[in-house]
Design a protein around this ligand. Structure first.
Ligand SMILES: Nc1ncnc2c1ncn2[C@@H]1O[C@H](COP(=O)(O)OP(=O)(O)OP(=O)(O)O)[C@@H](O)[C@H]1O
Ligand SMILES: [Mg+2]
Length: 261
C-alpha cells in the first residue's frame, strides 16, 4: 500500500518500446514506489535498465505502457510545472548571460519581467553564482555551469527535481565539491529530489534512500535506507564509518565483480 500525500508515486508501471520486426523491448516492469515530500532518493542500476525512462515518465515526457505515475497526487499526463529536469549536459544557451539563462524557463510562464529577474538572481545567490550573473556560459567552469543549470531548474519552483547523472562529466574533486553545493542548495530549497547515478559513493553521500534496479527489464530489487547523518554535507558523509558498508552492499546487489565493461 502506498502512502497517501506522496510527492511522487509509481504504481505498477511498465514501459515497453515497439521494435521493428520483433517483440517489444520491455525497458521497465513492475515499478512501484513512492517518494515523500523533501525526500532525496537515488536510483542506481546497470546501464540500460531504465533509469532515464523513470525520469522521463516522472517529467511527463513519456507515458507508461501500463500503470500510472502521480506527482503531488495528480496523474502525470504530460510535461508540467511541478517537475524540473536537469541533465548531464547543462544545456545552457551560449548566447545568453547566466542570469538570462536562469530566466529562460520562466519566460513561458505568467511571471512579470521584474519578478523573473528577482527570482533568477535569488536562485543564483543560493547557488553562489551571483557574481557571475552577467557572464556567459563559456566564461564559467564545468562545475559552475552545472550550478547555473541547477539554478535554472529551481527558478521554476518545482516540487520535484530530477537529476540524471549531473556530475558524471566532471573530474573527481569538482564532483565532490559540486555534490556538496547541490546537497546544500537542495536542502535549503526544500524540493523533493530523484537522482540517477552510476557512482555508488555519490548515491550514499547524497540521498535518504537508494532504489536499486536489476538488468533490463528493469525492476526494483532493493531499497536501501541511508541512515547516515548530515544529508546536506555529502563530503562529511563519505568518511562516515558506515558509508563503506552501504557502498559494499550496493556493489554486491549490482554484482559488479561479475560484470565486464
Ligand atoms: N524512445 C525509446 N525508443 C526505444 N527504446 C528506448 C527508448 N528509450 C529508451 N529505450 C530503451 O529502453 C532501455 C532503457 O533505457 P534508459 O535510457 O532508460 O536506460 P538507463 O538505465 O538510463 O541507461 P544508462 O545508464 O545507460 O543511461 C534501453 O534498452 C533503451 O534502449
Ligand atoms: Mg540514462
Amino acid at each position: 500500500m502506498l502512502a497517501t500525500g506522496s510527492a511522487l508515486e509509481f504504481r505498477d508501471v511498465v514501459r515497453s518500446f515497439p521494435q521493428r520486426g520483433g517483440a517489444d523491448l520491455v525497458a521497465i516492469t513492475d515499478i512501484t514506489f513512492a517518494v515523500r515530500s523533501k525526500e532525496f532518493v537515488a536510483i542506481v542500476g546497470p546501464s540500460g535498465c531504465g533509469k532515464s525512462t523513470i525520469l522521463n515518465l516522472t517529467a511527463g515526457l513519456d507515458q507508461p505502457t501500463a500503470g500510472s505515475v502521480h506527482v503531488s497526487g495528480e496523474q502525470v499526463k504530460g510535461p508540467n510545472a511541478h517537475v524540473g529536469f536537469m541533465l548531464q549536459k547543462d544545456l545552457l544557451l551560449p548566447w545568453r548571460s547566466i542570469v538570462r539563462n536562469v530566466e529562460f524557463g520562466l519566460e513561458a510562464r505568467p511571471v512579470s519581467r521584474k519578478e523573473r529577474r528577482e527570482r533568477a538572481l535569488s536562485e543564483l545567490q543560493r547557488c553562489k553564482l551571483e557574481a557571475f550573473a552577467n557572464h556567459y556560459p563559456y566564461q564559467l567552469s564545468g562545475g559552475m555551469r552545472q550550478r547555473a543549470a541547477l539554478a535554472r531548474t529551481l527558478a521554476i519552483r518545482p516540487d520535484i527535481v530530477l537529476l540524471d547523472e549531473p556530475f558524471s562529466a566532471l573530474d573527481a574533486q569538482t564532483k565532490m565539491l559540486l555534490q556538496k553545493s547541490f546537497g546544500q542548495t537542495i536542502a535549503e530549497s526544500g524540493v523533493t529530489t530523484l537522482l540517477i547515478t552510476h557512482d555508488l559513493a555519490e548515491a550514499v553521500a547524497m540521498s535518504d534512500r537508494i532504489l536499486v534496479m536489476s538488468d533490463r527489464p528493469g525492476r526494483l530489487i532493493e531499497e536501501i535506507h541511508v541512515d547516515l547523518p548530515d544529508r546536506n554535507n555529502p563530503i562529511a558523509r563519505r568518511s562516515h564509518p558506515r558509508a563503506g558498508q552501504l557502498i559494499t552492499r550496493l556493489f554486491e546487489l549490482l554484482k559488479l565483480d561479475e560484470r565486464v565493461a
